[in-house]
Design a protein around this ligand. Structure first.
Ligand SMILES: [Zn+2]
Length: 110
């Protein structure tokens, strides 16, 4: 079992990024989300604090892109998928870090 096998992705090659002839194992959206997660350590190390609303808002473009495509209102493309995926991954990181800060502060009585 490979590490990326745990990612629930459809792995459609037509929706995956190809770089110099190599097709990435995950779709463009999931690749973007994982790339967005790479910003997670920056939030912790640099001590950057964003509001939960910003974290949630950063997920909206991906939800709209995915939902409108699923409903067949329009067809997305890989650039849009990876871009909205990065925003979403970063937004999820913000929600986790800020949510954890809020929980810890409430437990400590702050
Ligand atoms: Zn995927």
């Amino acid at each position: 079992m490979r590490l990326l096998d745990i990612v629930p992705c459809h792995r459609m090659k037509s929706r995956s990024l190809t770089i110099k002839g190599y097709t990435l194992p995950l779709c463009a959206r999931c690749t973007g989300i994982l790339a967005g997660y790479l910003l997670f350590p920056l939030l912790l190390i640099a001590g950057l604090h964003f509001s939960l609303l910003i974290g949630l808002f950063l997920n909206v473009p991906m939800v709209i892109d995915g939902w409108t495509q699923k409903r067949k209102y329009r067809m997305s493309n890989n650039i849009l998928r990876v871009t909205t995926g990065i925003l979403s991954g970063f937004g999820q990181s913000i929600v986790i870090v800020t949510g954890s800060d809020l929980i810890i502060a409430s437990l400590l009585g702050g």
